[in-house]
Design a binder for this molecule. Structure first.
Ligand SMILES: [Mg+2]
Length: 310
């Protein structure tokens, strides 16, 4: 029988996430979890890093954590490396909800509370990034990229004003990154010592899809301890745009201009300083090293909408 503590759900929210949507959803989620008989603790952040601090300070045993926010909020929680068997639910309420889209998670609090009660889970790998400019290791849930994606992310974040950050904020940076595209050569080095490149764009993926409109080729598995590593060749912005359009129509195929490997450890190098993006946030510059931590996350899923076999 569960003790009282073990029946508590800890809700973690960045109330400003999704233009304030996350803060609006929290009271409904608390109500719906309460109706299921759960005790609920709520932690709402007012500054970056606080959610990481709250998760790092967990000493008791919770039934589950429930993150209300987008991919950035999820990564903030996982940055503290909670126990890998502690179920983590996500109520998507951010600008970017790629993880929720990949696992078709419900978007309303009532369904989220029901999903937590049913308790179906899926175990996933995580990535850990090691950089030369900081000793702090960052967690990667979705993917790491170096190339035009990271140039766009860097431009978008340098223009960021205030705390809201809508999808529209990307239009200018995408256009400017294509127009003023400056090709940087990138290489990846796998754990067997093999070095591959040069590539205009490298993506190290933990999941196959990106925002429901982009899909990587190959049999990407979430719990095999291996990343899927992609190198894109392109001589200019138009070539990269062509890869982008193919990905959007789920027509990316391995060939002479797209190579695909699997590896548990990858180093990304570049011919000159090249920014890196991790799950849509800036993450320093190449060179970086990413290693897979197998089965490090227990994600609560809605088994009625997500039934893909391992
Ligand atoms: Mg994998």
């Amino acid at each position: 029988m569960e003790t009282c503590e073990e029946s508590t759900v800890l809700v973690l929210a960045n109330p400003k996430s999704g233009g304030g949507l996350a803060g609006e959803l929290v009271p409904y989620l608390v109500r719906d979890l309460g109706r299921s008989g759960r005790a609920v603790e709520v932690f709402q952040s007012s500054a970056a890093g606080q959610i990481t601090g709250r998760v790092a300070s967990i000493t008791k045993r919770y039934h589950a954590l429930c993150v209300v926010g987008g991919d950035g909020t999820v990564r903030e929680a996982l940055q503290a490396r909670p126990p890998k068997d502690l179920p983590i639910a996500v109520l998507p309420a951010g600008t970017s909800n790629v993880l929720a889209q990949e696992f078709r998670l419900p978007k309303n609090p009532t369904e989220t509370a029901r999903m937590i009660e049913r308790g179906a889970t899926r175990v996933l790998d995580l990535g850990v990034i090691e950089r030369t400019d900081t000793t702090q290791h960052e967690v990667m849930v979705l993917m790491v990229g170096a190339g035009i994606d990271s140039q766009i992310v860097e431009r978008a974040h340098s223009k960021r004003r205030g705390s809201t950050f809508g999808k529209l904020a990307y239009i200018g940076p995408i256009a400017r990154s294509l127009v003023s595209y400056h090709k940087i050569d990138h290489w990846f080095v796998l754990e067997d010592g093999s070095r591959h490149g040069p590539f205009a764009q490298i993506v190290v993926a933990n999941i196959a899809g990106y925002g429901g409109f982009w899909r990587m080729p190959g049999d990407v598995r979430y719990d095999d301890g291996l990343f899927d590593v992609y190198g894109f060749k392109a001589s200019g912005a138009m070539g990269l745009l062509r890869h982008g359009v193919r990905g959007a129509f789920k027509k990316l195929e391995e060939g002479s201009d797209l190579v695909h490997f699997q590896a548990s450890k990858v180093r990304i190098e570049a011919s000159e300083p090249s920014p890196v993006q991790c799950d849509g946030d800036p993450a320093g510059c190449c060179p970086i090293e990413v290693r897979s931590v197998q089965r490090a996350l227990t994600l609560v899923i809605d088994e009625r909408t997500y039934s893909r076999s391992v």
